[in-house]
Every structure is written in C-alpha cells, then in structure tokens.
Design a protein around this ligand. Structure first.
Ligand code: URA
Length: 429
C-alpha cells in the first residue's frame, strides 16, 4: 500500500477500507507520509467525501493514535464539544458549573480552526495553564476537582493534532467526514462516556445551513453510539457571535461575566447545554430542576470558584478571574462608523473571525497577541443611526491598516428588513 495509491483512489471517488485508513493515520503519525501528501489526501476527501463507514473507521484510527483512556474507575465522565464558532466560549461556562454540581468532566479541546476560536487558545489567557498534561495527571485532576481541560498531544489523539493544523492551513476544514472524525476521535480518546455536542450553523459556522448541521450532528451521534457512548447534539445558531466580544482575552472576560451572573446569548446557550448535560448524567429528572441547580451554582459563585480551582490545578494564573477588567484591551483602537441609518440585517461572523486573526499578524505572520480583539456595539435587529460606532478593533501594530479597515467596514450590513434568529434550534439524541 502507498499513499499515492490512496490519494488516487479517493480522487476517483472510491471507497477506502479500514486497513487503508489505518495505513494513512499510521503514516501521518510516524512521519512516513509527508505533510504535502497528507494535504493532498485531505483535499481528495474534502472534494469527494467519505461515507459513514469510512468516517467511523477514520475516527477510530485517529482516536487510537494516542492513548485511549479508560475512565470507568471515576464513574461516568462527560465531555463536550462545539463544532466551532465566533465568540463561542461555552466551555468556560459549562465545565465549572457541571464540575461544581458533581459531574465529572473530561474535556479534550482544540486550537482555533479556520476563522473560529479554540478552547485550547483561550486557556492560554490564564498564564501558565498547561493543556498538555499526562494521562495520569488528567485522571488525577478529574478525580480531585471533577474536571480537567486538555488538548490534543502526542499522548492524546495525536493524528488529530497533525491533521487539524494542516486542515486549517489548506482550506480543508468544512467537510462533514473530516469534522466528525476530528471531533469524535478526541471524544473517544478522552474516555468520557457522555458526549454533549454543540453543532453550529450559520455564516460563522462550518455548516452554513441548519439542514447540514443536522446531518453533521446525526453522523457524530451515530459514531458515538457505535462506540458505546451516550450522545446528545444541540443545533445552535451562529449567524451572530455569542457575545459582543471577539478575541481570546475578551472571550475569557465574557465567560467570567456569565459566571458572575450576566445574561446574554452565551449565558442562554451555556445554561441550555448544562441542562442537557445534567439530565444525561442523571443528576436531575426535570428541566426545571436542572435550571434551578444551574442558577444556584452561578448565584452562589460556586461555579466561579470551581473555575479558579480547575485553572490553578493546571498551573494557570487566576488573577483575571478575580479582576476580569485586566482582560479589557488598552492598546490602539480602530472605530468603524455607520454611514447610514438602518437595522442590522447581517453580521459576517467568519469575516470577523478572520479579521481578529489579522489583528495579530506581524509582517504577515500570525503572532499570538491575547490583547487584540473586537468589541461589537450592535446586534442583529438593532436600529443604527448614521455616525454611530458599530465596532471597535483593538491592535498593537498594523502594517496593513487600510486593508483591515476595508474588511471591518464589510462586517455589518444595514437594511430595512429584520430577520428573526432562533438561538437554539433542535436537539438530536
Ligand atoms: N472542532 C474540531 O475539533 N474539529 C473540527 O474539525 C471542527 C471543530
């Protein structure tokens, strides 16, 4: 078997066997298959697709490319995952609430992918936080604190670590088979038996339509069930960011605000996901009971204290949890002003995500700068008057300010027709 044979087979739309997909994953992990060959294979999959059996086999090979944890001695653990969005920080709200309520959370996250944010990047805002701990430490922390948040490494879902980066750099992200195998390989490797998925649709998501998000959710639920997991997928809207803040520091700020009681779309979706998780974990019987429990964890600040415990256990600084204002940007600001009156009819979320990354570029190269970000002043449906500030973009140094301003001016569309958006569409179990 060789990789060129497999690339040609997929290029011709043929089905790949379990052995062939295993050969691919092994070759990626031991370096025998070069990045350019992997990228070509990913593009062939992207263009021709993979069916359910291929997706399942790829998922299992990827899951087994590192340790596959057995967490049975800890009881039933839960993992959650979002398919990716903008200002999508539900993990930082959900994990501490659930852990505080006694649910054991084994959370395996990823970095930013395409224009979307990644939980692993947000964890770096807590200076010193280590997402690459050993399997032994991961288990110990779940036992001690009820939660740990890690990311792919040589030990866990190693194939996904490599493929994830290449997909982000080669325009091969938005494919159902590749997304499902990436997410579910992490969820299987992590050892959790309860999986909660937040599957996004809209202009800031990888699935543009609700119908495609439902199909993606169905594939992931089927993979999880075949692998012996309890899985629930929530279909949610990503036609506008979950909060007015975009960027790692700002998104951590918004999650801390929700744990301090702020009400917004991030709070609504996070609480809904928590409610589903509590029911799946058997912690309550009715939705009302679950809502009451969640409300108490937030109001008592127990969830916020739990977040501090989770962060400090992995070496992270908790200073910003005590004093969230230090996360607000103090650098240069570009304001975008409305040129006419009108209702906000569209917010281009993927463009917003890309610009947030552009703000961190130095000489054309991405250089992580947590303090860069964008604050939106208007939501979908808001009425705007000419001359009002639509958004502020914060940066340290820009070589291409004109281009960024041009793009920022395209984020908002103003018009006369307001389109109602529903945040939570459907649950698939
Ligand atoms: N999240 C992942 O972990 N992988 C994807 O492919 C998309 C979202």
């Amino acid at each position: 078997m060789d990789i060129i044979e497999l690339i040609n087979k997929k290029k011709n739309g043929e089905k790949l066997s379990q052995q062939e997909l295993q050969f691919f994953v092994d070759g990626v992990c031991d370096g025998k298959i070069k990045d350019y060959q992997t990228s070509s294979f990913l593009m062939a999959i992207f263009l021709k697709g993979i069916d359910f059996d291929e997706t399942y086999n790829l998922t299992m090979s990827m899951a087994k490319s590192g340790d596959v944890l057995n967490l049975d001695d800890l009881g039933e653990c839960l993992d959650k995952h979002s398919t990716g969005g903008v200002s999508d920080t539900t993990t930082l709200v959900i994990v501490p609430i659930l852990a505080s309520l006694g649910v054991k959370v084994a959370k395996m996250s990823g970095q930013s992918l395409g224009w979307t944010g990644g939980t692993a990047d947000k964890m770096a805002v807590f200076k010193g936080y280590d997402t690459q701990i050993s399997t032994k430490q991961f288990k110990q922390l779940i036992k001690k604190n009820n939660a740990s948040i890690i990311s792919q490494s040589k030990d866990f879902a190693f194939a996904d670590k490599i493929l994830y980066k290449l997909r982000s750099e080669t325009g091969t992200v938005e494919n159902m088979g590749l997304i499902s195998s990436s997410i579910m390989s992490k969820k299987i490797a992590c050892g959790a038996k309860i999986i909660l998925l937040d599957v996004k649709y809209g202009n800031g998501a990888f699935m543009k339509t609700k119908q495609d998000a439902v199909k993606l959710a169905q594939v992931m639920v089927k993979i999880g069930k075949r692998a012996g997991q309890k899985v629930c997928a929530v279909i949610s809207n990503m036609n506008q960011p979950l909060t007015k803040y975009v960027g790692d520091n700002l998104e951590v700020y918004s999650a801390i605000n929700v744990l301090n009681g702020e009400q917004n779309s991030l709070a609504t979706l996070s609480k809904f996901l928590c409610q589903k998780a509590l029911m799946l974990a058997g912690k309550c019987k009715t939705e009302n009971q679950a809502q009451e429990l969640i409300k108490n964890e937030i109001n008592s600040q127990r969830a916020l204290q739990k977040l501090k415990q989770i962060i400090s256990a992995q070496g992270g600084s908790t200073e910003c949890i005590d004093n969230p204002n230090i996360l607000l940007p103090k650098n240069n600001c570009l304001e975008i002003i409305a040129q006419r009156d009108g209702f906000v009819t569209n917010i281009d979320c993927s463009l917003l995500g890309y610009i947030e990354k552009d703000l961190q570029k130095v000489d054309g190269e991405f250089v992580r700068q947590d303090d860069c970000g964008i604050v939106l002043n208007k939501e979908l449906g808001d009425y705007v008057k000419s001359g009002e500030v639509l958004l502020c973009a914060y940066y340290n140094k820009l070589d291409n300010k004109e281009e960024i301003v041009y793009k920022l001016n395209k984020v908002y569309q103003l018009g006369t027709k307001i389109i109602e958006q529903k945040l939570i569409e459907q649950v698939i179990e």
